[in-house]
Design a protein around this ligand. Structure first.
Ligand code: TEU
Ligand code: CA
Length: 555
């Protein structure tokens, strides 16, 4: 790539491979399934596809527990299938981003198996082992999926290994230079295959405070959110810089950090023109409803105005750093956007799905669509905890009960926040298995497929899908694309507490994005002036008022 920040022009789509398209009738999505749907992604205007992990894995955390970084898990296909996908995607004008999970491996990874087998093995130093004399865990940090970050090493009394996530996901020891070199080698091997880059999983957690000191407990389990001691800690920048120089920089690869906890003042170093990553996701706007992303029973009260403030504050911070967000409203760890950001269940309609699309898609930076988001898919309500697959959901259910909530309340929290919500198979049509498979899918289909599926939405010019298509086509037009990527952003204030509105400006040209984020018609004191370029509700073109959830883009 001659242009250093070539990736600014991309529109990215996240595929959750298990749930996108099954090609061989086993009820599990796979790589050949993705290849068979490239025409669809092209019709949406996508230029880069990010694949959640397809590496060999026992799938305890659905592939985020990798047993072999250089093999494809047989449920997803073969390395040949992946090479074919890379080639076919290119023919469709699309690049492939892989998921890089190097904070931890699976406990089935040969490195960890060797480390367990022999305390003298060099692989012991690939992970974090500690011995205590009192038999208790080395500290009181809580792992992301509940319980201690420490698990006992079998047959070695008093010896523990560290895991930020599940016990079956031991953390790698980034303090060890040999481990780091081993990781870089794997990354370069992938980049040599011709992929465009990586999404970097849990990347801010590579550095742990080496004192491994306990902190005051913050919940009834006597533990404390471990992130206080292992998220964006001093010393991490040395790792990130070396990682970039040893790998991504040589290929001018696109990297998107899954980076919680980068403060505004650090952004120039992380994602400025010579930053460690190309971009980071904007998680600031993802969780208005909860203060701790791993404890769903603790709730925030929030309003449209609060959420809007987060959007504009975060965008100003990133612009000040001459940096870019990858803008998202969904991913595979999140509920469906319509079910989370639209607080009144009655308002969770195609109209509000389009309003959400308009709010985030035209922000500075690079937009990303998570599979099914473009259809307006919603959360799928489950009636018993046994219906959930996601380990984080099961942990949250039990934590809520420990905190004194009833089973019904606990189930409600989990339904609202479960990561399974985003993992329900893609709804290609209204048939029994949604066109996803001809076999019972690994996770139950949503029960609102009627109308919310690709086949039906393609026929309806006002569907959520066709609105996304228009949004992508409009934003990618040479006439305005640069403005949407690089233009400044200012909130338009004072229209109504229920309106989210902003201007985008570049070289004297200004475009307004105005969205009624409520279920009632809003009359405006001053009609909006200008030419309507996009309108989520073409029945109303009178810009002295906005219909419920109407979104307009005006030049
Ligand atoms: O997520 C990291 C992360 O921040 C999650 O722990 C997040 O807090 C949680 O999913 C919210 O419920 C990444 C992946 O996106 C996630 O799917 C993995 O489970 C996790 O890393 C471990 O690899
Ligand atoms: Ca399959």
């Amino acid at each position: 790539h001659t242009n250093k920040r070539w990736w600014k022009n991309e529109v990215i789509y996240q595929v959750y491979p298990r749930s996108f398209q099954d090609s061989n009738g086993d009820g599990i999505g796979d790589i050949n399934g993705i290849t068979s749907r490239l025409d669809y992604l092209q019709s949406l205007g996508i230029t880069t596809i990010w694949l959640s992990p397809v590496y060999k894995s026992p799938m305890f955390d659905m592939g985020y527990d990798i047993a072999d970084y250089q093999k494809i898990d047989p449920i997803f296909g073969t390395m040949k299938d992946l090479d074919n996908l890379i080639v076919k995607a290119k023919q469709h004008g699309m690049k492939i981003l892989m998921d890089l999970v190097v904070n931890h491996t699976s406990d089935q990874c040969p490195w960890f198996q060797e480390a367990l087998k022999d305390p003298k093995s060099k692989y012991r130093n690939y992970y974090i082992f500690k011995h205590t004399d009192n038999g208790k865990a080395p500290n009181n940090w809580r792992s992301a999926f509940g319980g201690s970050t420490w698990s006992k090493v079998p047959n070695e009394p008093g010896t523990y290994y560290f895991h930020n996530f599940a016990p079956k996901q031991p953390d790698l020891n980034w303090e060890n230079p040999e481990l780091r070199q081993a990781i870089y080698k794997i990354i370069n091997w992938w980049l040599d295959k011709g992929i465009a880059g990586f999404r970097l999983d849990a990347i801010m957690q590579l550095k742990k405070d080496q004192d491994f000191a306990s902190l005051p407990a913050d919940d009834v389990d006597g533990l404390v959110n471990g992130e206080k001691k292992d998220l964006n800690r001093p010393g991490i920048e040395k790792f990130l810089s070396e990682l970039k120089q040893s790998t991504f920089a040589k290929y001018n690869a696109l990297t998107i950090g899954e980076a919680y906890g980068v403060p505004a003042k650090d952004m120039p170093r992380y994602i400025g023109p010579d930053g460690y990553f190309s971009m980071i996701f904007n998680f600031d706007i993802m969780n208005p409803d909860i203060p701790d992303v791993n404890r769903w029973y603790i709730k925030n009260k929030w309003s449209t105005a609060d959420w809007a403030k987060t959007i504009f504050d975060s965008q100003h911070a990133v612009q000040k750093a001459h940096a870019y967000f990858t803008n998202i409203i969904e991913n595979h760890d999140q509920p469906r956007a319509v079910s989370k950001f639209i607080q009144n269940p009655k308002d969770r309609t195609p109209e509000s799905a389009k309003a959400l699309a308009a709010v985030y898609f035209l922000l500075p930076g690079v937009p990303l669509i998570f599979e099914g988001q473009e259809l307006g898919m919603k959360n799928f309500k489950r009636h018993s905890i046994s219906e959930f697959n996601d380990l984080s959901s099961i942990n949250n259910y039990h934590m809520a009960i420990k905190n004194g909530y009833t089973k019904e309340q606990a189930l409600q929290f989990v339904n609202e926040r479960s990561r399974d919500n985003g993992r329900v198979p893609m709804q290609w049509d209204g048939s029994k298995y949604g066109g996803f498979s001809d076999h019972k899918p690994w996770l139950e289909m949503g029960n609102d497929r009627e109308g919310i599926n690709v086949k039906d939405e393609e026929k309806d010019p006002n569907s959520v899908l066709n609105f996304y298509r228009r949004l992508v086509r409009y934003r990618q037009n040479d006439r305005v694309r640069k403005l949407f990527i690089d233009g400044s952003i200012e909130q338009i204030k004072g229209l109504s507490k229920d309106i989210i509105a902003y201007t985008r400006t570049l070289d004297g040209k200004t475009i307004k994005v105005i969205v009624n984020f409520s279920n009632h018609t809003i009359k405006l004191d001053q009609p909006i002036k200008g030419k309507i370029e996009l309108n989520s509700n073409p029945k109303n073109e009178d810009l002295s008022q906005l219909m419920p959830f109407q979104a307009v883009v005006v030049e």
